[in-house]
Design a protein around this ligand. Structure first.
Ligand code: GDP
Ligand code: ZN
Length: 293
């Protein structure tokens, strides 16, 4: 039997809808892969292998997974805000970044509604988000109204699985409508023979993009809450820019009150953003108060 590899885009009542090379297949999961009482045996986003009988025989190891909604292998979290209306919330942006690193998803920042601001105001936002460069996080200014930057985003998320996060009203639905494919996927050969592929879609779904790749149809899925970080060491690991070549005097330095701390020195020298460091301190205090005992 020959096997096909694809991505699970939707799951309904024991059927898995798998997309491979622009075709959609209705599959079932092999009994051996069904561990009892588990909701995550095979989930949306999984890369799977199935045979001509439509039976999934293997689920690839996941690069990441989120729980609400249950999705695996997300390449990008687009952290979306609008320049104004609603106002850009820098604290919330940092919390979303923290979640992104916690769940091991690469963050990308998108600022929408640039049609409503001046060039100076845009430069001001770019200045305040300068720290993204050190993190290697890309920044896009867009307007879904004036079709500014939309092609650049489309290009960026091509062949990837992308989720959108951010407050409501910033234009997430608007951009999802612009990037997703308008035509239905064709039903694959094997599913046709089996007379399958007819269920209507419900629940969490990956929406195919025109030129390959998917977006998650649940805009703003990502939590506005701080992720469940369990220690100072773990928190530090979610600030990639705190990993420096030169070492602090103490190997277990948490970069707060210790002498000869390279991170604090870098903040003073301006090579680590003061805004980011202050955000780190606020997180530390919050976790200490509410979670770490
Ligand atoms: P969501 O809540 O994030 O999904 O946001 P929506 O896509 O529903 O958009 C919220 C509001 O912002 C709507 O009234 C849109 O028409 C408006 N909007 C979306 N994109 C733009 C834009 O680029 N410029 C302006 N001025 N308004 C926009
Ligand atoms: Zn230190």
């Amino acid at each position: 039997m020959s096997y096909i590899k694809g991505v699970v885009i939707n799951k309904i009542k024991g059927f898995y809808y798998v997309v491979s090379e622009g075709h959609k297949y209705e599959c079932k999961l092999r009994g051996l892969l069904k561990r009892r009482d588990r909701k995550d045996n095979c989930i949306v986003g999984d890369i799977v292998e199935f045979g001509e009988d439509g039976v999934i025989t293997a689920v690839d190891k996941r690069t990441n997974m989120i729980n609400r909604p249950l999705v695996a292998n997300i390449d990008y979290l687009v952290i979306q805000f609008s320049a104004i209306d609603p106002q850009l919330d820098y604290e919330r942006l940092n919390i979303l970044m923290l979640n992104s690193y916690y769940y091991n998803i690469k963050p990308v920042v998108v600022i929408n509604k640039v049609d409503l601001i001046t060039a100076e105001e845009q430069a001001e936002i770019r200045y305040r988000l300068e720290y993204l460069k050190a993190l290697d996080v890309d920044l896009f200014f867009i307007s879904t109204y004036n079709n500014i930057g939309i092609d650049a985003i489309k290009d960026y998320i091509k062949d990837k699985i992308t989720a959108f996060g951010g407050p409501s009203g910033v234009g997430k639905s608007s951009i999802l409508n612009m990037v997703q494919n308008t035509k239905e996927l064709e039903v694959g050969e094997t599913s046709r023979k089996l007379k399958r592929g007819k269920h209507t879609t419900t629940g969490t779904t990956l929406l195919p993009l025109n030129n390959g790749g998917f977006v998650i149809d649940t805009p703003g899925f990502s939590s506005v809450e701080h992720p469940p970080v369990d220690s100072a060491v773990e928190l530090i690991s979610l600030f990639p820019e705190f990993t420096l070549d030169s070492l602090c005097r103490f190997a277990n330095c948490i970069h707060i009150n210790e002498p000869d701390c390279r991170v604090k020195e870098a903040v003073e020298a301006g090579s680590i953003s003061k805004d980011r460091y202050d955000f780190f301190l606020r997180c530390y205090e919050k976790y200490k108060l509410e979670r770490w005992n």
